[in-house]
Design a protein around this ligand. Structure first.
Ligand code: ATP
Ligand code: SF4
Ligand code: MG
Length: 365
């Protein structure tokens, strides 16, 4: 799918900064395949998990780009490849115009400072044997930032302040804190080296609803204060709509629809996006009682043997024979809205009626 770069009208939603100018990150034709090996003595490759297969998108400076899709569709694989924890099988990733796959030496060190991550489970991503103070001092030491003890303490206090944590927490261990406090520590650690891009992989998914709203608000405040760019991966479409200016929908390693969040949520064009959105319960009980959303037929196919043509065709409620022939090219559905479907925008069965709105409880409007 083509990277969508057109800018739409700005709005007042926090976290959806009017991100004009060059792309902070540009992913083009990204493929990540994992070999499937067999044999005890003579290991040989018998297939490939096509976890990500030809994904293109860009994120502008100061923008939040959401990535959604069912479990196993390749979201974390994209995140880990952007973070340089995995090597791509094909395609390119450019960060501020530089080819990430070719970075070495000083360029790579700078990249490791500029791109940080926040994960779903702060408990497993924080070292249980280190105090919060040690956890927050560590990035400055690893990256040899040349700070003395007093300088390190000043940085730790400032990180705790901006993340809404009391300074006394610096002496505590992860198990002595609540889930929300631990995630704030995870965010503080990600902020330590003044990053440009933060990859948030299910960063609020494990939290209670009220804590989730607080962390969403904190991410928005930090974005405004520091001009951060976010790649925000989540299952919760309400949170994604609230936080993201642009969104990509993944299915079986492909981006099937992407673009401006309002356009995509209000006028989803791809049958898979419509099915995803129709599965979200409507908060109004009267409207919900009238709806009869039905899950899609069948299982997600194996990424080792994806279907021919449009990989969604075995489950698509409006598939026609041509759908199995060739992968559909992305079609423009608006100024910044693309759908990879030869029948994009075709009316769907009433069972896929959409939820009119998805508010997120407790988050700033
Ligand atoms: N190291 C690996 N080796 C083999 N297959 C892998 C590996 N990592 C991921 N996969 C496979 O790649 C596919 C995509 O996985 P990924 O974790 O990226 O999905 P996801 O969208 O993040 O799912 P979830 O929503 O459950 O977190 C899955 O089929 C998964 O089993
Ligand atoms: S290309 Fe065909 S199978 Fe794929 S989503 Fe569109 S209508 Fe459905
Ligand atoms: Mg994942």
């Amino acid at each position: 799918m083509e990277a969508a770069t057109a800018t739409t009208a700005t709005d007042e939603r926090p976290g959806t900064a009017p991100a004009s100018g060059a792309a902070r990150i540009e992913v083009t034709g990204l493929a990540v395949h994992f070999p499937v090996m067999r044999g005890q003595l003579f290991r040989r490759e018998v297939g490939r998990v096509r976890a990500v297969d030809g994904v293109s998108f860009s994120i502008r400076r100061g923008e939040t780009f959401g990535l959604v899709g069912e479990s196993g569709c390749g979201k974390t694989t994209i995140a880990r490849t952007i973070l340089k924890l995995l090597e791509p099988t094909g395609g390119t990733i450019h960060f501020d115009g530089q080819d990430v796959t070719r970075l070495k030496g000083g360029g790579l060190k700078r990249f490791r400072r500029q791109v940080q991550a926040i994960f779903q489970d702060p408990y497993s991503s924080l070292n249980p044997r280190m105090t919060v103070g040690d956890i927050l001092r560590e990035p400055f030491i690893v990256h040899a930032m040349g700070l003395d003890r007093a300088g390190l303490d000043r940085e730790v206090h400032s990180l705790l302040d901006v993340c809404g944590l009391p300074r006394r927490i610096a002496g505590r261990y992860p198990h002595e804190m609540s889930g929300g406090q631990r995630q704030r520590v995870g965010i503080a650690r990600a902020l330590a080296l003044k990053p440009e891009l933060i990859v948030c992989d299910e960063a609020v998914s494990a939290l209670d609803v009220s804590v989730q709203a607080q962390i969403v608000n904190l991410l928005e405040e930090l974005q405004k204060a520091f001009g951060l760019t976010y790649l925000f991966i989540a299952h919760d479409l309400g949170v994604v709509r609230h936080l993201c200016r642009r969104v990509g929908v993944m299915y079986l390693g492909r981006l099937v629809e992407q673009g401006d969040a309002d356009a995509l949520f209000d006028r989803p064009a791809h049958p898979y996006t419509r099915a995803l959105l129709s599965a979200v319960p409507v908060p109004d009980p009267a409207i919900e009682a009238e709806r009869t959303p039905q899950p899609l037929d069948g299982e997600v196919p194996s990424p080792v043997n994806p279907p021919s043509g449009c990989v969604f065709h075995p489950r698509c409620p409006i598939a026609i024979p041509e759908c199995a022939a060739a992968p559909p090219a992305p079609r423009a559905m608006g100024a910044d809205h693309f759908a990879a479907c030869i029948r994009a925008g075709t009316p769907l069965p009433p069972s896929l009626a959409l939820a009119p709105s998805i508010p997120i409880e407790g988050a700033a409007p």
